[in-house]
Ligand binder design. Structure first.
Ligand code: PDD
Length: 282
């Protein structure tokens, strides 16, 4: 089956889809992106992801080339052409193609819009969640505006590769004061001995995860107390539970951090309950 991508107004065979060598996304990582999970043909948490998309563009002063309705139409067509019912949609918008100069190009420069869709094996993700995953800790080497979802992901790429080489699913990034910021592509959570859920405050140091916000509201509605504060690797290792959230991993229990098991080394009941609650909500 031919896969299709969307590039600047056209659907093209995925294998031939190209952008220009002087695209600012390619040259400067001057671009933002969004990722939606798709289940049964529906976008999960669509509104939250559209709101963050607009915010990322605004923060970088890239003009939004489409309306939300316009994006939704393209996404629906992309899912149809790629026959994706369970998977993800990726959208990237760069400041466009211009002669290489660091400062912004002329205001008439058209942003580049790229969208792809791919199938994901939710059953395999469920098996990973059932077993629980390991994470390693690494220094957070990223820039100071991690709340903007830019394609400036080299530190995340290196951290994820280090995790893979260590046999772990994720790397938890640690700031200069020894506190966990988030994972390379997920938000980080712990459950204290008293059953309180803790996740770092959503400031400039972390991506404001749409799944994080959704889980926070859901957990509070279920009667849990949620504290937004930072925590160290030591606190996480001795916590009752740890887990991570993202659009593609939903809620995934963590059973090992570096060389120490979390809790009894099996997925925690709160994480398992929140994962089911999230999947039911959607
Ligand atoms: N990653 N933190 C980082 C650094 C991320 O890249 C992501 C998402 C998250 C979770 O955000 P959300 O719940 O909105 O997906 C947290 C996506 C899935 C990715 O890069 O593919």
């Amino acid at each position: 089956m031919t896969r299709f991508a969307y590039v600047n107004g056209c659907f093209q065979p995925h294998a031939d889809a190209m952008i220009h060598i002087e695209d600012r996304g390619f040259q400067f990582a001057d671009a933002i992106y969004e990722v939606w999970s798709v289940r049964d043909g529906e976008l999960m948490d669509a509104d939250g992801h559209f709101a963050r998309l607009e915010r990322s563009l605004r923060e970088l002063r890239i003009s939004n080339p489409k309306t939300e309705a316009g994006y939704r139409l393209v996404i629906a067509e992309l899912l149809r052409r790629n026959r994706v019912r369970d998977g993800l949609v990726y959208l990237q918008i760069s400041r466009g193609r211009a002669r290489r100069d660091h400062a912004f190009p002329a205001a008439t420069t058209r942003p580049t819009v790229v969208m792809t869709a791919k199938r994901l094996d939710h059953a395999a993700a469920q098996r990973r969640a059932d077993a629980g995953v390991a994470v390693i800790s690494l220094p957070d080497l990223r820039w100071g505006r991690r709340d903007i979802k830019t394609v400036n992901l080299l530190p995340n790429v290196l951290a994820k590769q280090a995790a893979a080489e260590a046999g772990a699913a994720e790397a938890w990034l640690v700031d200069a004061s020894g506190q966990v910021t988030e994972g390379a592509s997920t938000n980080a959570w712990i459950v204290t001995a008293d059953g309180v859920l803790v996740t770092r405050q959503a400031d400039h140091d972390i991506l404001h995860g749409i799944t994080r916000a959704r889980i926070m509201r859901r957990a509070q509605a279920m009667g849990y107390t949620v504290e937004e504060r930072s925590f160290s690797i030591e606190e996480a290792q001795t916590a009752r539970e740890a887990f991570m959230t993202s659009a593609t991993s939903f809620v995934t229990p963590i059973v090992r951090i570096d060389d120490r098991p979390v809790g009894n080394g099996a997925p925690g009941s709160v994480a398992v309950e929140l994962r089911s609650a999230y999947l039911e909500l959607i």
